[in-house]
Design a protein around this ligand. Structure first.
Ligand SMILES: [Zn+2]
Length: 476
């Protein structure tokens, strides 16, 4: 797909009348670009969700039974029991209203391979993704990320961290960002390396430099930020400094946040200490997994100011072991929870992953009471936002913050009753319960239906992309 066409379509669509759009589409180059529709996002209006059970996740405001949330021009204006409200009134009776769920590391580009990781070594996650990934066009990335972003909104996530480690060209990165923009989700795009590049070769810096130069025009009105997905010092084996250092230095030069896997394929090798000694940690660096961190390394994470993202859904599935959630929280390390990859986890619903986070802590401690449901929900909201450096804007229903929120309806067989709200939300919320989703004041899901996403088109696009990649890789 021609990224310039896609881009100019996004920019131009709002200004064009129907005749202009038809003219554009008569060009064969533009034929596919009709898929992009950032201009279809609903406006940021004014509304008040009234008479709901409001879980603000704000320490000072707490939970408010029979509460209201007033939103205007993308901002939370007021939260409380007796506020005046304004704009359209949305009846929240029987609903639980809370901040949107914050996701912190997700390879959205490979969601078209959902549940494709098999049961034999050669069908495992890494060989599968490497083989397929090398055959992906920019449009395949677009279809996969759009599917992910639509699923995210549908299941109550309002922020995602698109960890894009298949940037085969600038157009591939732009396709990932275009998909995020079209769906209207708040996001970080972390621009990485292409699948299949040898670990003896530095990643091409042209894509990230191109994006950074012109980021304002890609940011979807500030909803999307840019970061670097960095390979780090270890992949299948150690990577040499002359390979990894220029990548890291470039991210720092561009003043971009850095994110890096510290996986557990080398449990015998301490991977955090070498990062620390090489001065490759800091407040601008997010570490992922870090399951094998020893006590000294946990101190290094704390001292350096790094945040951490853990993904119990994929970590348990792939056999990495249990994340060190309790240990990190005890040290005060900023911590977020993540999907990681739908190729391993199937469903990307982060409520399910948050439940696994709580359950894995309780399992390790052999205690029903090690981690509270409320703490798990904090990890999915305000603490996740803090770990991404966004807690001044999102993560709680606090007046002055941006309006990223969801309303959960328990009026289904899998919920039906409201007992303890925090436990119920953590343990039972499915996508079908997510009635309303608001991102930056835009209502993207209402009465259980996606407003700005053409779901059949998203599904058809993802299926066609997978079919094409399977054909090109001769994978039967
Ligand atoms: Zn990952």
């Amino acid at each position: 797909m021609c990224q310039i066409c896609r881009r100019s379509f996004i920019r131009g669509a709002a200004a064009l009348g129907a005749a202009g759009a038809t003219e554009l589409l008569s060009s064969p180059l533009m034929a596919q670009a009709v898929d992009t529709g950032a201009s279809k996002l609903p406006p940021r209006g004014e509304f008040t969700i009234a008479n709901a059970y409001v879980m603000t996740m704000d320490g000072a405001l707490g939970d408010i039974a029979g509460g209201s949330v007033h939103v205007r021009n993308g901002e939370i204006v007021a939260v409380g029991k007796d506020i005046a409200g304004g704009g359209e009134k949305i009846d929240g009776t029987g609903m639980i209203v809370m901040p949107g769920i914050v996701e912190t590391h997700w390879h959205m580009w490979n969601t078209i391979f959902r549940s494709f990781a098999g049961d034999r070594l050669e069908e495992g996650y890494f060989p599968t993704v490497a083989r397929f990934g090398q055959q992906m066009s920019p449009d395949d990335i677009f279809q996969s990320t759009r599917l992910s972003a639509a699923e995210a909104i549908n299941s109550g996530m309002t922020f995602v961290h698109s960890w894009c480690h298949n940037v085969r060209s600038t157009a591939h990165a732009e396709a990932d960002i275009s998909a995020l923009a079209e769906v209207g989700i708040r996001a970080r795009h972390s621009c990485g390396w292409p699948q299949g590049v040898p670990d003896t070769q530095s990643a091409d810096q042209a894509p990230i430099e191109s994006l950074a130069r012109d980021w304002k025009s890609w940011s979807n009105d500030g909803l999307i930020t840019l970061g670097m997905a960095w390979r780090g010092q270890f992949r299948a084996g150690p990577i040499k400094p002359e390979v990894y250092q220029p990548e890291f230095d470039n991210a720092r030069k561009l003043a971009l946040p850095i994110t890096v896997h510290v996986a557990s394929a080398h449990k015998a090798v301490n991977q955090i200490e070498p990062l620390y000694k090489a001065k490759l940690m800091g407040k601008d660096v997010q570490l992922i997994h870090t399951l094998s961190a020893n006590a000294a390394e946990l101190d290094m994470i704390k001292e350096s100011g790094c945040s951490v993202s853990v993904s119990p859904g994929s970590e348990l599935r792939i056999g990495y072991g249990y994340p060190q959630i309790g240990e990190m929280l005890a040290k005060g390390i900023p911590l977020g929870i993540s999907v990681d990859t739908s190729a391993l986890t199937g469903s990307s619903n982060l409520f399910g992953v948050l439940k696994l986070a709580r359950d894995s802590e309780n399992a390790k401690a052999e205690s029903e009471f090690k981690m509270t449901a409320r703490k798990a929900l904090e990890l999915g909201t305000i603490e996740g936002a803090r770990s991404m450096g966004l807690d001044d804007r999102i993560g709680s229903l606090t007046p002055g913050k941006r309006a990223d929120l969801i309303a959960i309806s328990p009026n289904t067989l899998n919920m039906a009753v409201v007992t303890d709200p925090a436990h119920l939300v953590l343990e039972a919320t499915a996508a079908e319960n997510v009635d309303t989703v608001v991102v930056d004041g835009r209502i993207l899901k209402a009465r259980g239906k996606l407003v700005a996403v053409d779901t059949p088109k998203v599904i058809a696009g993802a299926r066609a992309a997978l079919a094409g990649v399977r054909e090109r890789t001769k994978w039967r």
